[in-house]
Ligand binder design. Sequence first.
Ligand SMILES: CSC[C@H]1O[C@H](OP(=O)(O)O)[C@H](O)[C@@H]1O
Ligand SMILES: Nc1ncnc2[nH]cnc12
Length: 312
Amino acid sequence: MANIADHFDGPVTIAVIGGTGLQSLPGFTHVATVKPSTPWGAPSAPISILQHPSPSTGKPISIAFLSRHGLHHEIAPHEVPVRANIAALRSIGVRTIIAFSAVGSLQEEVKPRDFVVPDQIIDRTKGIRPFTFFEGGMVGHVGFADPFDSGVGAVVRKCGQSLEGQGVVLHDKGTVICMEGPQFSTRAESNMYRSWGGTVINMSALPEAKLAREAEIAYQMICMSTDYDCWHSSGEDVTVEMVMGNMKANAENARRFVGAVLDELSKEEHADLVAAKHLVNQTKFAGSMTAAPGRSAAALEKLNWLFPGYFQ
Ligand SMILES: CSC[C@H]1O[C@H](OP(=O)(O)O)[C@H](O)[C@@H]1O
Ligand SMILES: Nc1ncnc2[nH]cnc12
């Protein structure tokens, strides 16, 4: 630990947000730990800069790793400082996030330990989590019809498919119900979510995906099913032991999946995608609703920290 630098100068465009049971990424070399502070406070944990040689060029690939619930899982889902996390990652150059999540399954065919690369979200958070960078005198509305990035999602799905048969079972679409928690759902809620067409349930897809979109960061979640929540006829309702047990048992597959995605994304052919060139300036226009006389200095200062030069 003594040799880990506290700053990093190279470009880091890709980040992994690790969730429950994925608090580190072994196999990578830890080269630096950075602690950006943001106008929205400090992120959940120091950000680790990790490197490993690109399988195609042999050159080192650098990625950022952030543990969503802190280094020791001390931050509950409703307490995660999501604005600080997303702002801190953007400030060090990140433009693509692969976010990992342990989820309950709402469908028989999604068995515990299967992976789901979702394409939709239904918001069941309760409005108690700060969910936008645009407030207090700067109004902005970004599109969110498709909450995950289709380009990054396509790469993630291809990587998942290439691991199928080697212990990875992949469902390449699905709707995440994001509930408030921290208590798990009632049986009536679980059945209602099933009737809505929910595929899996977690407590962390939002506001992470919304804030990444506002921050012009291409975002895709990879979910690993750990339980059947509480609707299943087996009668084995979700517990923390069940979630952690399945995460631990399948951690190697989770890491292989994330590792394969990072290797693929680091190829030159994906450079524009990973830099989220398709999102550049989106928020500049979406966030320019408020006419100059109505813009508050405090809101402008924060937004210009995140998007230097976007707003006057
Ligand atoms: C410990 S079960 C509930 C917990 O697990 C998931 O965490 P994450 O998405 O960070 O992997 C879920 O969202 C809840 O926060
Ligand atoms: N059943 C469940 N409900 C909400 N979040 C979860 N994370 C893992 N299992 C879950």
